[in-house]
Each structure stands twice: as C-alpha cells, then as structure tokens.
Design a protein around this ligand. Structure first.
Ligand code: GUN
Ligand code: FE
Length: 419
C-alpha cells in the first residue's frame, strides 16, 4: 500500500464560488486515492511520514479541456486574422509539419513537460490528423504524467493541400489509431471531428456510428465565430442551428465536449444543458482571434456544464492560472457589453471552473473529495511582497493573477509525485 500525507495550507473548490480552507492541514491519499483533508493528523496515521510544506498552499491541479497540441510551436504568433483565415494562414500549415514523427516527438515532449510544470494534469486535447504523431503525443503525455483524452483529428474537406485526408483515409486511420492506442492507461482516445466545415456528411455518419458502437466520447468546436456559423448554415441547410449538425449524427450527449460556444443563443444553450454537453470557455483565444465574448456566467446559471480551455494557439497562454484570470477579465467585458446587467465571474468561480468543473468530466467529485484520485500541487508565494498579512483566499486570488518564478514546488498526478 502506498501512503501520501501532504501538510500545508490546503485550499479546494467544493462548489461554484466556494472555498474550503484547512490551515496547517493534512491531505491524505492511499494507493493514489484521496482519503480526506484533516485539520489534525488522525490517530491511525501517527508516526507515518509527512511531507511538510510549511505555509505553502496545497491546491487541486488544473484541467485544460480544450487545446491543440500541434499548434504549440506557433504559440504567441499569428493573431491578426479572423478564425477561418487564421486556420488557413497559420494553424493548418503549422499542423501539417506533424507528419514528421521526429518533429512531433520533440515538440510534444516539451509541451507535456510544460503542462506538468504549470500545474495542469488533466486535458482534453486535439492532436493533428496524423495517426503516428497522435500516438507519439499520447506517449509523451503519459510519460510526463498528464492524464485525460487525446483525439486524432478528422478532416476530409477544407484543409487545403497539406492537411486533408480522403474520407476513406480518415476512417481507416481512425480505426487503426484506436487499435494502436489500446495500451495507454492515463491517456484515452476521444473522437475529434475538427468542426463541421472540416468533415463531410459521410465522415460524420461514420464517427457517430463509431461513438455509439464503442462508447467513445467526442470533442469539437461550436459557434465560435460568425463567419464560421454562416458557413455551417450553408453546409447543413436542414439544421436550424449549429449544434443540430452534431446532434444529427449522434455526437451530442453527456460525454460531448464543445469548445467556445461564444455565439450560442438561449436555444442552443438549452440544448447543451438538456443533453449534458460540456461547453469549454476559451477566453484568451476568443479575444485573440476576435471571435467574441462568451456569456459564460449566464451559461452556468442556465445549467450548462462549463469548463475552461487554453485553446493554444488561438490562446496565447498554456498556463491555466492565466486562463482562469483571462476568463474573469472576459466576463467583465461581457458585463460591460451587457450594460452591467450580467454578473462577472469571481476569482473563486473561475478557479472552480479551472479545477473541479474540469475534473467533473473525468468523473471526479468537486474539491479534494474522498475517493478522487490524487491530483494536487504545492504553490509557494513566499518571495512576493505583501501589502499586509494575506488571508488564504487573498493568497489564492493573487496566485490566479500573479505567481513568483517556479512557484509550483511539488505536484502529484493520479497519485504519483511528478516533481
Ligand atoms: N475551429 C476549427 N479548428 C480550430 C482551431 O484549430 N482553433 C480554433 N480556435 N477554432 C477552430
Ligand atoms: Fe480550438
């Protein structure tokens, strides 16, 4: 049996907008599963080794529910075009390079390392359309200790010369990829039609059938940009709204992840709430490529499941603390656009979305609940100046907006200490 006892100022997000604080507390896990958080070491563990991090914060790790691994090399560049032009000009040529397995290995090992170093241990990730590159991505993530889902992207139209499959290739490569990734444990496959403009009806039919037969989850993009929405309407005149194009093929259920949903109106949001679809809010990306400002707090109030995504490289930040701060700023922009009639996200609300809400997609209960697998990190803030002695909540707020160099001192992913 393995036993982990972590001592520090333990903070967790047990509900939207709520903070649980245990100062000088003990976070205990046995065989990688959380036993509980205790203000005093229980008698049963007397004499057991304790990893004491003093006054440092012990936090849940982050979940990034939408990002594009093969766009990592273009991070911080190419922010001057709207979505459809941005894809053709920057994203597709960048992804095309991942036909080279050596290049994929080099880039993906760096990406996996940066995720773990930044406190992200759960992901839902897009690879490129390349089967081999996707397997390399899964390997590198698993090696680094990142858990979650990765999808080989399906795209059999509108990808241009260098980033497109035939329908037959897309089908056979997807089936082969599913065969070849069966031995991964921490990283599982997720079906990934890029978005409606990238996939013919025949391919969508195949993916819908496959999802049902093999009980696979699916991820894609929804209502990100007005030009995209118009294009989708012209491709599927039988669908009243964008989401119906996914629903038509059976890719609309409680294991479906939809990135963005910036322009989803009340009816589309209702469809998400009813089906249990998770909407992934990507505030940095939506601003960088001028997509819009998603009504993220309204979605929450309407009962839509919401998580956060970095959406690199539309988003320019891989770090989920930064992404949480961006979602707060975006919600304030939304409030201004709504004539101050809607509420902005509080720090605790955004933090819940980045942690517990993302983890819920993987079947976890909120916070450091007993039975959850141990995903935790230790964050130091001792070298930052203090205006006055800060409360634990103030320290968390500052950590979202500002961190000292190498702030994360230790991290556990799925029960295993990674550094
Ligand atoms: N829609 C389809 N593909 C993409 C992508 O790579 N990034 C973003 N932001 N939106 C997309
Ligand atoms: Fe995206």
């Amino acid at each position: 049996m393995s036993l982990t006892i972590i001592k520090g100022t333990i903070l967790s997000a047990p509900a939207f907008g709520k903070l649980e604080v245990t100062e000088n507390g003990f976070l205990i896990a046995e065989n990688g599963k959380i036993t509980g958080v205790f203000p005093v070491l229980p008698e049963a563990y007397a004499g057991a080794p304790v990893e004491d991090f003093g006054d440092a914060l012990v936090l849940q790790t982050m979940a990034d529910l939408h990002l594009h691994a093969p766009q990592y090399p273009m991070l911080g560049t190419g922010m001057d075009r709207p979505l459809l032009e941005w894809l053709d000009t920057y994203a597709f040529p960048t992804e095309a390079r991942f036909s080279d397995p050596g290049y994929a290995r080099e880039i993906y090992s760096r990406l996996a390392g940066e995720l773990i170093a930044g406190g992200t241990t759960r992901v839902c990730m897009f690879s490129s359309l390349h089967r081999e590159g996707t397997l390399i991505l899964m390997e590198e993530l698993e090696k680094a200790g990142v858990t979650g889902y990765v999808g080989k992207v399906n795209m059999d139209r509108n990808g241009g010369k260098n980033l497109q499959e035939t329908t037959e290739e897309s089908i056979s490569e997807t089936l082969r990829w599913l065969e070849e990734c069966q031995d991964f444990r921490q990283i599982r496959p997720i079906l990934t039609p890029r978005f409606i403009p990238s996939c013919t009806n025949g391919l969508m039919e195949f993916l819908g059938r496959l999802a049902k037969e093999r009980e696979l989850p699916a991820q894609s993009h929804l209502s990100e940009n007005t030009g995209e929405i118009q294009l989708v309407a012209s491709l599927h005149p039988d669908c009243r709204q964008y989401w119906e194009c996914y629903a038509k093929y059976g890719l609309w259920n409680d294991r479906t992840i939809m990135a963005h949903c910036v322009w989803s109106d009340e009816r589309e949001r209702q469809a998400m709430a009813e089906a249990g679809v998770t909407a992934v809010h990507c505030a940095d990306s939506n601003q960088n490529i001028c997509s819009g400002v998603a009504p993220v707090r309204v979605m929450m109030q309407e009962g839509v499941k919401v998580a956060l995504g970095s959406d690199i490289a539309g988003g320019d930040r891989l770090n989920m603390f930064d992404v949480a701060a961006a979602s707060i700023r975006a919600s304030k922009a939304r409030r201004i656009l709504d004539n101050l009639q809607t509420d902005f996200l509080t720090v605790l609300e955004a933090w819940y979305l980045a942690t517990s809400s993302g983890a819920a997609y993987f079947g976890e209960k909120p916070g450091f609940a007993p039975g959850n697998s141990l995903h935790a990190m230790v964050l130091a803030d001792d070298s930052l100046p203090q205006p006055h002695p800060l409360t634990p909540q103030e320290r968390l707020e500052r950590a979202i907006y500002l961190r000292q160099p190498s702030a994360i001192r230790a991290l556990w992913s799925d029960g295993v200490r990674r550094f």
